[in-house]
Design a binder for this molecule. Structure first.
Ligand code: NAD
Ligand code: WQD
Length: 336
């Protein structure tokens, strides 16, 4: 298939480009580089042996999108572009709603005008809020999102479901990612957040490389096996392959389809720290800090629907996630 990948220069997008090309798909990227670097695309070209056409276009730029869609006929779009920092979204709600919601509305409109009504959307486990049932299946009701970022994901899911109800030609796959970490095993592409990392694994790797002195563990009094928060970490290469598998749903004209992409395994903050230390032979100093506002105790998926319907299942475990996160960080201490 020929796929438009929005946000393809970013962390998950760049890994997905590698897997899409390995599976024989043709890809074109648009990204405004607001949270990425075009070097990631050079590395993708190096890994795939293919030049990936790239347009520096903002998804809010209708004319820019029109130009790309006039130059190419796409079978589907995989839509990663958006802002994703939870804390920043609380500080800048307007910017998050405008970029994520207006941007996606413009993209969807230009797509339908060009007769492309197939989309895979990056949603998040955050839409479940404080989940009513663990492990979380797709049947679990959506919950209250405590931040504007999460609201944008939840609202966009609703918008796309309404559009599909009104126009059955749309095929829309909503992928709810759990906690993506790791990097391509080559160490050539990975995640490099701007400023102080909000997420656990980038913080751990920055402590390991000496950029930060110690990890703050946000709370050790949760009702979990060691008191620290439990999450469903998933290797980004597995997540990327989940997008290749999701194209099957598009091919069989799924209408609306929702899948969790996780491993189904929950690990605590201290499990991550001790596994990272063991696999990489590096000590991670840490101290216990108060709970972080908005955090929940436990969140992990039931990923069986994706296995049953798409034949997709995560292959990598926490050890490989820790190994590959560190391999990327140590070879690219300043990112790209
Ligand atoms: P990322 O920031 O690395 O990638 C997003 C890309 O989109 C960046 O390259 C950025 O420059 C681009 N972008 C942002 N706004 C744009 C715009 N208006 N026009 C064009 N390009 C734009 O983030 P990521 O971790 O790769 O996440 C990809 C998607 O997956 C996002 O939608 C994110 O919300 C979602 N998601 C991420 C996680 C996670 O933990 N990383 C979890 C669940 C969902
Ligand atoms: C994981 C665990 C923290 C940092 C976020 C978004 C979610 C999704 C994935 C996009 C928690 C603890 C963290 C640190 C710590 N993103 N922690 N010290 O919060 O599960 O999910 O990223 O859609 O929407 O909310 O991920 O990596 O921030 O935290 O102790 O310095 O690590 O409290 O228990 P989270 P995270």
């Amino acid at each position: 298939m020929k796929i438009l990948v929005t946000g393809g220069a970013g962390f998950i997008g760049s890994h997905t480009l590698v897997e899409l090309n390995a599976a024989g798909h043709e890809t074109v990227v648009i990204d405004n580089l607001s949270n990425s670097n075009r070097k990631s695309l050079e590395r993708v070209a190096e890994l795939t042996g293919k030049e990936i056409p790239f347009y520096e276009v903002d998804i809010r730029d209708r004319e820019g999108l029109n130009r790309v869609m006039e130059a190419h006929h796409f079978d589907a779009c995989i839509h990663f572009a958006g802002f994703k920092a939870v804390g920043e979204s609380v500080e800048k709600p307007w910017e998050y709603y405008e970029n994520n919601i207006s941007g996606t509305l413009t993209l969807l409109d230009v797509m339908r005008q060009h007769g492309c009504k197939n989309i895979i959307f990056s949603s998040s486990s955050t839409v479940y809020g404080n989940p009513a049932i663990i492990p979380i299946s797709e049947e679990c009701p959506k919950g209250h999102c405590t931040n504007p970022y999460g609201q944008t994901k939840s609202m966009l899911e609703e918008i796309m479901m309404d559009m599909q109800k009104a126009d059955k030609e749309w095929n829309i796959v909503l992928l709810r990612y759990f906690n993506p970490i790791g990097a391509h095993p080559s160490g050539r592409i990975g995640e490099y957040p701007n400023g102080i990392p909000n997420n656990l694994m980038p913080y751990v790797t920055q402590v390991a490389v000496g950029k930060r002195t110690e990890l703050g563990v946000f709370g050790n009094d949760y009702p979990t096996h060691d008191g620290t928060g439990v999450r469903d970490y998933i290797h980004v290469v597995d997540l990327a392959r989940g997008h290749v598998a999701a194209l099957k749903a598009i091919e069989r004209k799924c209408g609306i389809a929702i899948y969790n992409l996780g491993t189904g395994q929950g690990y605590s903050v201290l499990d991550v720290v001790t596994t990272f230390e063991k696999v990489n032979g590096i000590k991670i100093p840490y101290s216990i800090k108060p709970r972080r506002a908005g955090d929940i105790a436990t969140c992990y998926s039931d990923p069986s629907k994706a296995e049953k319907e798409l034949g997709w299942k995560a292959q990598y475990g926490l050890e490989e996630m820790c190994r590959d996160s560190w391999n990327w960080q140590k070879n690219n201490p300043e990112g790209y």
